[in-house]
Design a protein around this ligand. Structure first.
Ligand SMILES: [Fe+2]
Length: 237
């Protein structure tokens, strides 16, 4: 007799499917004969609506630069979810992007440490909190990016800052006409946007198993996809 069970295995939102094989060869009672791990999947519930996420974002962030960054990383994560075959979890990917720096403006010394408290107040799920904290892995957090979404967030966060700064230097003030070759030059120039850590970008690409070209190309496309809507929403916030 085979029974398939779905159990929560950890707080980061990972569901585990197991098969329980029951036996009653010698007795009238069923006994557990074997438990087999079948598969694991992430269960991506945010615990909050986008309106609630915008409200908590605005509660802890007033600077236009931070709001622009949050909306940009949200749009980038939304593009990546669809691009990488996680369209059904698009809202989760997007919300992790929107809220990833929730604590940075008010608590820069406690970045990624204060975030769980602020997000719990807003009823965010444990999976969302895990994703947010993992983007500071090795810098201000010991929560390791596990899911592909978390690795993309880690890699793209810092890179969106570099692309945004490079876009400002262009006559168009946009990334819509930016090529990978031009971004590579800015990446190599350590004095340009010196606050954007090249090491973190490299580490992110490595985590994903992508070369820098692939990460640059995809992230430029992701930023192009949302540039206009992000600017419109920022103006309306
Ligand atoms: Fe960020």
């Amino acid at each position: 007799m085979l029974r398939k069970k779905r159990l929560v295995s950890n707080l980061s939102g990972c569901w585990t499917y197991i098969a329980i094989i029951l036996s009653r060869e010698t007795s009238k009672y069923w006994k557990i004969y074997e438990i087999i791990l079948l598969e694991e999947e992430y269960f991506m519930e945010t615990g909050m609506t986008r309106e609630e996420a915008i409200a908590v974002l605005k509660k802890y962030n007033q600077e236009s630069f931070h709001l622009l960054h949050a909306l940009t990383v949200e749009g980038v994560m939304r593009w990546y979810a669809k691009e990488l075959g996680y369209g059904e979890d698009e809202e989760f990917w997007a919300m992790a992007g929107l809220l990833h720096d929730i604590d940075f403006e008010k608590y820069p010394e406690q970045h990624c440490q204060k975030a769980p408290e602020l997000l719990k107040e807003a009823n965010a799920s444990e999976a969302l909190i895990h994703a947010v904290c993992s983007h500071g892995y090795g810098l201000c957090s010991d929560v390791k990016p596990e899911h592909l979404m978390e690795k993309v967030l880690f890699a793209a966060d810092e890179l969106t800052g570099l692309i945004g700064a490079a876009a400002k230097m262009r006559p168009s003030k946009s990334c819509c006409d930016m090529e990978v070759s031009s971004l590579k030059k800015k990446f190599k120039d350590k004095r340009f946007a010196a606050g954007c850590s090249r090491d973190v970008i490299r580490e992110g690409a490595e985590m994903l198993g992508w070369d820098l070209n692939e990460l640059f190309e995809k992230t430029i496309l992701a930023m192009r996809s949302c540039e206009e809507s992000v600017n419109n929403e920022l103006a309306a916030l």
